[in-house]
Design a protein around this ligand. Sequence first.
Ligand code: GDP
Length: 401
Amino acid sequence: MELILAVVIAVVVLGVLGGLVVGGRKKKTKTLPGAPPTTPDITAPPAEPHIGDEAETPRDEPRRTIEEVDLPDATATAPVAVEEPPAAPEIEIPEPTAGRLVRLRARLSRSQNALGKGLLTLLSREHLDEDTWEEIEDTLLTADVGVQPTQELVEGLRERVRVLGTRTPEDLRGLLREELLKILVPEFDRVVHTESPLDTPGIVMVVGVNGTGKTTTTGKLARVLVADGKNVVLGAADTFRAAAADQLQTWGERVGARTVRGPEGGDPASIAFDAVKEGIEEGADVVLIDTAGRLHTKTGLMDELGKVKRVVEKHAPLDEILLVLDATTGQNGLVQARVFAEVVDITGIVLTKLDGTAKGGIVIAVQRELGVPVKLVGLGEGADDLAPFEPEAFVDALIGE
Ligand code: GDP
């Protein structure tokens, strides 16, 4: 009797346990309400992943590879259940640089109205008397063209208008175009030199007063170089302005360029040194160094930039020193340009914020002041709003083609 009771209890216990296991299995293979039992619906919201999901596809159904899965309609808004790889920073493909100035020509509209249209209107007066020539001179001076270039342009125009006799609007536009081009010195070498003659990366140092758009320009230039297929390392040697290194790093990350940085307030020269060293080790094509532009004293600036230059040149020669100037600061910008030119050998000028000024003539004045070409112009805050400076496209933008 006892034996029979024990056997009955054992059978009941086993039965309950078996039921639990089967129930558990059933739970695992249960399909989600509304979901088709076999093929996965990749337009459905992603389900919480849990162990045993594979069991949802019956073994006798052929498994679909990722290529065979129907892609959702591009217009469908439902999230896709295909697992994304971990979010890598998205690398942008910068716009090619060719023709940027032509694309951005409308940004010069303020200079166009004040300078180009102003001059053309004056030149089309019936009588070009002394007063009119004076007005032409004033228009050029107001647009920051500078005294010497203004005189040259007016003399050239007066002579050619006299020789020409009759003047049609086309004649005048042609004459003005040629005379403006002449004072823009089209024969200057405007290439931004980023190729080292040695087996080291090209090294470009960017200098200028804080606030002129120096860090932004360094970031935009990195994009230009990446667009040209170069491998770029950035040196955040502006340790004076708190956010500058973060700002530069963000620009770099957008195009996959690494930023070498140091502690805030650290020694700019040691960061520049490390950036070039790491650029060489990594086999980078170009190292771009952003510097601090404190105009505290000329000696201070000279010491700081001089030291950066010296330590960089322990590794490799500098190929380009670009001075960034804010076009909206007019004569003040020219004073800054003079100070920087005394401290380092500027090889090219970047004029930023040309989109925000009616005084586009500053391009002419600053080249004349330093005897160094404007190589790049900033025409907006957008990432690809830095354009190679082309005198012909610039003049066409001012006076219309
Ligand atoms: P930094 O102190 O010289 O490094 O100056 P930043 O690079 O921080 O630039 C100062 C401000 O100028 C920022 O708001 C930039 O977006 C703006 N900026 C720079 N270049 C241009 C330009 O070409 N056009 C316009 N409109 N703004 C610019």
